[in-house]
Structure formats: structure tokens, C-alpha cells
Design a protein around this ligand. Structure first.
Ligand SMILES: [Zn+2]
Length: 278
């Protein structure tokens, strides 16, 4: 059996990133010459590795989203049907929501290809403030196509700005992207996309330019959209999409396979609308 295990320790605590092994991106490679099933091998490998290890996951095939909860004992939340993300954001209810303030500053960032996305690790200094709670920006990454739908519409891509407070609570800001004009703010990101196992550095990157001018947003309680599918995530999805060119999104697709988790059940959750964006 080839590498089913990955560097979960290195990606703690968010576990949004995944494995670094290039051969683990290919399901065929994982079962090549193997007499046991891939799933049972994965389970047994996870068992041997103990709680600190995580198993590879994929967006399609035998390690696809329907199997995530069974791939690791730590990923049970992925099977939950009441509090997972993404969802279709529809019929948002206008509400008087906690004040939202972005305090994003330029800084040097490191790009890393996790095989599931290209993740930009932020240097300290940027944060979002929701009411009086401070959530430092820890990383951002892209999904193509978008994961959330907005009123039944799936946009071409979705940026996730992940913020983690000192107490570990997570706020993710989603920015929907449509094909159109080149995205200047993400220009260097798309230009420097590293291959699997490689990294790149972007100097003086300004995350404030990633947000739409109109800060209207919808909010709901959800989860990480990748294993371990941790719940209790505060989602803030901007309702005004930004644009990126087809060439830019093609560049991303040339290093990352489609990486959108299917829509999850909304359950009894409400989607709330902050139409003013402040
Ligand atoms: Zn994401």
C-alpha cells in the first residue's frame, strides 16, 4: 500500500490542508497492486498511526465526500446532517447582526499546494472583528467551483478567508468569484501557484483587496468543508461576487482538481442577511 497517510500534524489545528504525497492524489495509485480494499487499508493505516494521523480524502471516487466520515475516527462530523457546510444560501432573513469590521494589512505570505487547494498562510496582523471578538486571519485558499450556492446559483469559484480566535473558534469569510475581468488582488497568487509539494512566497500581499466593495453578507453556523468537518464555524459569505479571469481560474485548475464539497442539508439552520455589510 502506498502513502495513505499524510502530514496531519503539520496542518493542525485547522486541518484544511491535507496530504503532501503526490501519489496520494491519484486513486488508482492508491490501490495499485493492492489486494485489500483501499478503504479498509485506509482504516487500518489510520489505526496504526493513532489519533495524530489523518487519512487522505478526495473529492471524487472511492475516497469521495460520501466516505469522509468513515476514513478516520476523527472525521465523524462529516456525516452529520444538521450543521455541515456548504449549503445553498437562500431566503436569507434580514437581521440586525453583530458589527463586522475588517482590519486587513499587507504582509508576506507563503503559498502551499496541499493537493486539495493552494493555501496562503498569512503572517500575523490582519483580522476580522465581529462585535467585540477578534479573529486573526490565519490563511486563505480557493475552491473551484464555488462551494456555497447563493439563491440556487453556483458561482465559478470561492475564496475562503479563515480566521481563528485565541480560543480556537473559527470564522470563515467566503468571497464568491465569477469569471470576468482578471483579479488584480489575486494576480500574484495565480501567477505563483506552486505544484504539489512545492511552496512559493508572496511579498507584501494585501488581503484587503480580496473583498468586494459592497460588504453585504449572509451568515450562518456551519462547519469546515474539509475533514475533520469541524462544526461551530461562523460563516460570513459576501453576497457580491468579485471577478477573476478564465485564464486565472484555468491556472488554478491546472494544479488542483475540482475541490468543491457537495451541498449539505441545511437542517433547521437560519441564514441571516446583513444587507448593510457593517
Ligand atoms: Zn475552504
Amino acid at each position: 500500500m502506498r502513502r495513505l497517510l499524510c502530514s496531519a500534524i503539520a496542518v493542525a489545528p485547522l486541518l484544511l490542508a491535507g496530504c503532501a504525497g503526490s501519489d496520494s492524489t491519484d486513486p488508482a495509485a492508491m490501490t495499485d497492486g493492492d489486494t485489500t480494499t483501499a478503504a479498509s487499508s485506509a482504516a487500518s493505516a489510520a489505526e496504526q498511526a493513532g489519533a495524530q494521523q489523518a487519512t487522505e480524502f478526495q473529492y471524487e471516487g472511492e475516497f469521495g465526500p460520501a466516505t469522509w466520515s468513515s476514513l478516520s475516527p476523527q472525521w465523524g462530523a462529516c456525516a452529520d446532517t444538521s450543521a455541515q457546510s456548504p449549503i445553498d444560501l437562500h431566503d436569507a432573513i434580514p437581521a440586525d447582526l453583530p458589527a463586522l469590521e475588517f482590519d486587513y494589512r499587507p504582509g508576506d505570505i507563503a503559498l502551499k499546494n496541499t493537493t486539495h487547494t493552494v493555501q496562503a498562510d498569512e503572517t500575523p496582523g490582519s483580522e476580522v472583528v465581529v462585535d467585540d471578538s477578534h479573529f486573526p486571519l490565519t490563511q486563505f485558499h480557493l475552491h473551484e467551483p464555488a462551494e456555497h450556492e447563493l439563491d440556487g446559483v453556483r458561482h465559478d469559484a470561492e475564496l475562503h478567508l479563515v480566521h481563528t480566535a485565541d480560543d480556537g473558534s473559527i470564522t470563515v469569510v467566503g468571497v464568491l468569484i465569477d469569471k470576468g475581468a482578471p483579479n488584480a488582488a489575486l494576480g500574484n497568487y495565480f501567477d505563483e501557484l506552486p505544484a504539489v509539494d512545492e511552496t512559493a512566497e508572496l511579498d507584501d500581499f494585501d488581503p484587503s483587496q480580496l473583498l468586494p466593495t459592497d460588504r453585504a453578507n449572509v451568515r450562518y453556523a456551519g462547519s469546515l468543508t474539509t475533514p475533520p468537518c469541524t462544526e461551530g464555524v461562523q460563516w460570513i459569505v459576501m453576497t457580491t461576487p468579485v471577478q477573476a479571469s478564465a485564464e486565472q481560474l484555468n491556472e488554478f485548475r491546472s494544479v488542483i482538481e475540482q475541490n468543491a464539497r457537495p451541498l449539505q442539508d441545511q437542517g433547521s439552520r437560519s441564514v441571516l442577511l446583513d444587507s448593510e455589510g457593517h
